[in-house]
Design a protein around this ligand. Structure first.
Ligand SMILES: O=C[C@H](O)COP(=O)(O)O
Length: 253
């Protein structure tokens, strides 16, 4: 049975107060019996991590994640935050390789391998993002493109290491655009990703890895996407900033 994960990526949003209100509301609503088997992961900007962790307290199904970590372990890297620092604050997850990091901060596959290794060594669970741009989708080369991202960044990990990674498939053309991949498009790519993982690590390992969908997921389309056999959860941007929407998505399983 794969883990069901609904992760909220707050991106560069939320003041201190807003973050506390959002977290408290989610922690409260997460007590619903219907959500006991769903892991809710809140990924706020770095300064929020400590207080979000505290507000989560002992909630068994709510976790805290960062949106990025350094590819270095420690040292003179002004402005960076390492995986061991995050782990020392009780952070559980870290998003790695989001398309916005790849595009605006020029993160490449090689650097992402190092980030994943740093995260795993520190005991964090990486949420590794992949996904194609609109021109690649229109050219029909989206599958090989996504497979290459996985091969190039992750395939030097051992089977034990990759088992601790969650994959997030996020078609760039669907992020923040209101344009969602259809449930069929998502399933097709998720199945291709799982098959690709199986080709390297075997079916048992591939079947154990959760693959999340990200890109304009909201309460109105979540049920259809999450009903697909290879869609194990969501990485939610805009809709994760409203507690009701975030929880309604998680209740769509
Ligand atoms: O990390 C989240 C994704 O970029 C999706 O963002 P969105 O739900 O605002 O489209």
């Amino acid at each position: 049975m794969r883990k069901k994960i609904i992760a909220g990526n707050w991106k560069m949003n939320m003041t201190y107060e807003e973050g506390q209100i959002l977290t408290s509301e989610i922690v409260q609503m997460a007590q619903d019996e219907q959500l006991k088997d769903v892991s809710l992961v809140l990924n706020p900007p770095f300064p929020h991590l400590h207080v979000v962790k505290k507000l989560i307290g002992g909630a068994p199904n709510v976790f805290v994640g960062a949106q990025n970590c350094s590819d270095k372990e420690s040292g003179a890297y002004t402005g960076e935050v390492s995986a061991p620092i995050l782990a020392s604050f009780g952070v559980n997850f870290v998003i790695i390789g989001h398309s916005e990091r790849r595009e605006y901060f020029k993160e490449n596959n090689e650097m992402l391998t190092e980030k994943v290794k740093q995260a795993l060594a520190a005991g964090l669970q990486p949420i590794f993002c992949c996904g194609e741009s609109l021109d690649i989708r229109e050219a029909g080369t989206h599958e090989p493109n996504v497979k290459f991202q996985l091969t190039d960044s992750l395939f030097e990990l051992s089977a034990e290491e990759i088992s601790k990674v969650t994959i997030a498939y996020e078609p760039i053309w669907a992020i923040g655009t209101g344009k969602t991949a259809s449930a069929e498009q998502a399933q097709e790519m998720h199945a291709a990703i799982r098959k690709h993982l199986a080709s390297k690590y075997g079916k048992e390992v591939a079947d154990s890895i959760s693959i999340l969908y990200g890109g304009s997921m909201k309460p109105s389309n979540a049920a259809e996407l999450l009903a697909k056999p290879d869609v194990d959860g969501g990485l939610i941007g805009g809709a994760s900033l409203k507690s009701r929407d975030f929880i309604d998505i998680a209740k769509s399983y």
